[in-house]
Design a protein around this ligand. Structure first.
Ligand code: NAP
Length: 481
């Protein structure tokens, strides 16, 4: 499926040749076999890409929204038609089950479709003036050149969630995808190319994160940095972007609580918790990291969950019935294991799974694991695990569990399971999170504002809110008469 070398630097409408001395190898995380090599770009390439994006900005931003919209529609259509092949590429480099990967690609295309529609709808405002001799307008203007930095866990949708609204708004872009998953990004750029995107509007540089990020931070032309990734890197970007007072949009880490109240439908809640925790092997920013179950149903709920988890098939994402693929790399699986060991040392009980998966593949697989007897001081209750372990803690009353759920610097997503409407509304209002799911663990959709509060981020992706991130309001005051 892949050549030995894959061109991955795209500047001003041209793919750059790969210098064999400066490459990064992309591995299949299920087998640890090399797939291909991509270009390792740095400061020089990033500067050139920014220059191309700056040159392309005036014509792209002045183009009627409806015309930009046509290109985004076409891109969405091409991606949807090719979802099966793109899904295979995604699974090869990222590991998630093929069904999830194809679903991600279709979801990524749906973001382009949504923003194709929004491109024609960047409305301004006419303000009634208090003086007869004045007229006042507020005009939305695209911010300018955008630097977009994306992670490996959703290598396709994280890109279109940023590029869709940025391009619809009239911004031009330099993209830096994760070094772990550049191949899905290459395919998205090819889609834009085929859809007729003018030269320089979208550019991509793979390679040295520090150097590329630094070029985005230090170059005045880049007016906004949109980043999805860890809170640590988000804080760094925030600090460094102050020099030029850049706009920032940050989608950072999470530590989601799931609360199962005593009125929950146990079977339904267990299914949803399982989907929330084990999707993408637990490597999802909004996946359940802490599970609180009401003491009166804890035994029954744990048994139900255990039965379901025990049936999960671990293996290569390319196999039809796989539900749990590999973790992205060794560091990720060691972190997961360290959370498990720490919990067990401090008294946790292994209800199901536990430890590395010893199957017939070399990748970094981890058994889907349930732990009970959980204390607040365990690492797993205080840090993002990003892997397939679910710690269950019981609770007695609503106030106690809300206080525990909120006792973290993160504020991305939280979930409630109950059939009691009053309780659902009360709890959703008290939870300090940017997103709350009530009997729902799939809140990310193109039409809704997705984003964290506290140290989980700034700004929104999705909906008209997502496009507002890439627009600035210009106020025009007109004296007449
Ligand atoms: P990461 O290490 O922060 O990397 C994210 C991106 O930043 C990658 O492209 C990485 O490049 C780049 N990067 C790293 N250091 C950089 C620097 N000094 N300057 C500029 N760019 C830099 O995060 P990750 O491990 O890939 O992703 C997992 C994290 O993302 C988790 O915390 C997860 O919760 C979060 N996440 C949040 C959301 C959300 O919507 N809130 C969604 C998905 C993931 P390289 O890969 O090339 O090093």
């Amino acid at each position: 499926m892949f050549e030995k070398l894959t061109k991955s630097i795209y500047i001003d409408g041209e793919w750059r040749a790969v210098n064999e001395q400066q490459t990064d190898t992309v591995y299949n995380p299920a087998t640890l076999e090399p797939i291909t090599k991509v270009a390792n770009g740095g400061k020089k390439e990033a500067e050139e890409a920014i220059k191309a994006a700056a040159k392309a900005f005036p014509p792209w931003s002045e183009m009627p929204g409806r015309k930009r919209s046509h290109i985004l529609y076409k891109a969405s259509e091409l991606m949807t038609e090719d979802a099966e092949r793109l899904g295979r590429i995604l699974t090869s480099e990222q590991g998630k089950p093929l069904k999830e990967a194809i679903g991600e690609v279709k979801g990524a295309a749906a973001f382009l479709l949504w923003y194709a529609e929004e491109a024609a709808r960047a409305y301004g405002e006419w303000l009634p003036s208090s003086a007869q001799s004045k007229r006042m307008l507020v005009i939305p203007k695209p911010v300018g050149v955008v630097g977009a930095i994306t992670p490996w866990n959703f290598p396709s949708s994280m890109i279109t969630r940023k590029l869709g609204p940025a391009l619809a708004a009239g911004c031009t872009v330099v993209l830096k995808p994760s070094e772990e998953t550049p191949l899905s990004a290459v395919e998205i750029i090819k889609v834009f190319e085929k859809a007729g995107m003018p030269k320089g509007v979208v550019n991509m540089v793979t390679g040295d994160a520090q150097q590329i990020g630094n070029a985005m931070l230090t170059n005045k032309e880049v007016r906004l940095i949109t980043f999805t990734g860890s809170t640590a890197v988000g804080k760094y970007l925030m600090r460094e972007s102050s020099e030029h007072v850049k706009k920032l949009s940050l989608e950072l880490g999470g530590h989601a609580p799931s609360i199962v109240f005593k009125d929950a439908d146990i079977d339904k809640a267990a299914k949803l918790v399982l989907a929330s925790k084990f999707r993408n092997s637990g490597q999802t920013c909004i996946c359940t990291n802490r599970l609180f179950v009401h003491e009166s149903i804890a035994d029954k709920f744990t048994e139900t969950l255990k039965e379901k988890v025990g049936k999960m098939k671990v293996g290569s994402g390319m196999e039809d019935d796989t539900e749990l693929g590999p973790l992205i790399n060794k560091a990720a699986s060691e972190k997961v294991h360290s959370h498990m060991e720490d919990a067990v040392e401090k008294g946790a009980k292994v209800v199901s799974g536990g430890g590395y998966w010893e199957g017939n593949l070399n990748g970094h697989f981890y058994n889907p694991t349930i732990l009970s007897n959980i204390d607040d001081d365990m690492k797993i209750m205080n840090e993002e695990t990003f892997g397939p372990i679910i710690p269950i803690q019981t609770f007695h009353d609503e106030n106690e569990v809300i206080q525990k759920a909120n006792d973290t610097d993160y504020g991305l997503a939280a979930y409630i399971f109950t059939e009691n409407t009053n309780q659902a509304i009360r709890a959703s209002e008290k939870l300090d999170y940017g997103i709350v799911g009530i009997n729902d663990v799939f809140p990310a959709t193109p039409e809704a504002p997705f984003g964290g509060i506290k140290q989980s981020g700034i700004g929104k992706e999705g909906g008209h809110h997502g496009m507002a991130e890439f627009l600035e309001e210009k106020y025009v005051s007109i004296g007449i008469g």
